[in-house]
Every structure is written in C-alpha cells, then in structure tokens.
Design a protein around this ligand. Structure first.
Ligand code: ADP
Ligand code: NI
Length: 211
C-alpha cells in the first residue's frame, strides 16, 4: 500500500496503544497486521483496507480509550487525511466498529471480506501460546483470579460478560468457540491447531491445580 498511509497510521496507533498493558499493545497490533496479510493472500480482498483496519482496530475500544465516541471521530479525521477513496474510508470505519466479539454477542453483524479477514487475524491472536499469554496478562491487568471452580460459577450471559470468571473459564466462555466462528478457511485451519494446543495446556493446568 501507499507507504505514507501506513506510516502515518502507525504513528497514530503508537500514541494510542503504545502504553497499553491490557493485551492491546503494539506487539498485538503488529501481529494482527501480519496475520491479516497472510490470510489476505488466500482471498480476493483490498490490501490497503485490510492493513489499515488491522492497524487501527484497537484504537476505539473502551478497554483502551476513555472516550470511544471521541476516538471514532479522531480516527475518522485521520483516515480522511490519508490517500484513500471515500469507499475505503467507510469500509475501514465499518470494520473497526463492528468486528469485536463483545459487539457480536449483542447483535450479529455481517462484515465484508476485508473485515472478515481482519476479524480472523484478531481472533487468532487470542488463541495458541500467545492467546494463553494474553489471557493471563489481561486477567492480571483487571485483577481477575486465574482459576475459579466452575461449579461455583453462574451461566455466562451478555450482562455478566465482564464479571470475573477466572482466566481458565474464559477459555471455555470464549476462546474455544473461536474456531467455529472463523470466517476464512485459512483462518479456521490455524484456529483449530491453536485450540488443540490450548486444550492440552488446560488439561495440564487442572491436573497441577488439583494435585
Ligand atoms: P475483542 O477484541 O474481541 O473484544 P478482547 O479485547 O475482549 O477481545 O480481548 C483481548 C484479550 O484479552 C484476548 O486475548 C482475550 O482472550 C483476553 N481477555 C478478554 N477478556 C478476558 C477475561 N475475562 N479473562 C481473561 N482474558 C480475557
Ligand atoms: Ni485486537
């Protein structure tokens, strides 16, 4: 893509996600960009839209910014200043505002192929060894214990989605469901492989916990 677009957006992201300690840091963003590029190679899609949406996808999240509405205005202004068509700007804004898991629990939203690829890339970063690392890291950040006896937990609802349930329960509540929700074939293959690794981890975790 046009190099200046990428560079300008990266500088914007560095300001917003550069100091994040909840798992939405620059390393996460850069992995999502890379993974999105990899998946995009197997699909007919708009590379410029995918790269920028991946780069900007966590700049409007309420876990990262204090005022998400203002953040949408800011990122709109940024996109309008780049060398993009109005259709591309609309597409990027549409993707980053509708791709999150939390939003999709409330209402299902059909993303276009560009959005589907970025969503798959973001979901892959919640799986595998990195996914395990990020889950414990996030729990530490919000002060959630790493394990709560599942017998003492109420069923998960949209309302208690943010009530602490322990890191391991998050694997069952969300992460293990991701492979079935993947949009692309390439993404699903990788998700299944990463999930299998996590299942081995959880088995070992429980056996050590109960030892
Ligand atoms: P999304 O971008 O789909 O909204 P999140 O921002 O909720 O995803 O999640 C970011 C990272 O934090 C992911 O790796 C996710 O697994 C982890 N995470 C989110 N909620 C929890 C939780 N309650 N316990 C442990 N990890 C969590
Ligand atoms: Ni993300």
């Amino acid at each position: 893509m046009k190099n200046t677009n990428y560079q300008t957006a990266l500088e914007y992201v560095e300001k917003i996600n550069g100091q994040d300690h909840s798992g939405h840091d620059l390393a996460h963003i850069k992995r999502v960009v890379k993974m999105a590029r990899e998946i995009a190679a197997t699909e007919a899609a708009d590379f410029d839209v995918i790269e920028l949406a991946a780069l900007l996808h966590d700049t409007i999240d309420d876990k990262v910014v204090s005022d998400p509405k203002q953040a949408v205005e800011n990122v709109t202004e940024l996109l309008n200043s780049l060398d993009l068509t109005p259709v591309q700007v609309e597409d990027i804004l549409d993707i980053i505002q509708h791709m999150s898991y939390a939003k999709n629990i409330k209402e299902e939203y059909l993303l276009d192929i560009n959005g589907q690829i970025v969503q798959d890339a973001d979901r892959l970063d919640a799986l595998g060894a990195i996914g395990i690392g990020r889950a414990f890291y996030y729990s530490g950040h919000v002060g959630e214990p790493m394990y709560i006896d599942p017998e003492t937990l109420p069923p998960l609802t949209a309302e208690n989605y943010r009530t602490p349930r322990g890191t391991i329960q998050h694997f069952y509540d969300k992460l293990f469901k991701l492979p079935d929700l993947m949009n692309t074939h390439a993404g699903q293959e990788m998700a299944l492989e990463r999930k299998a690794f996590m299942e081995d981890f959880v088995q070992r975790f429980k056996s050590e916990w109960n030892a």
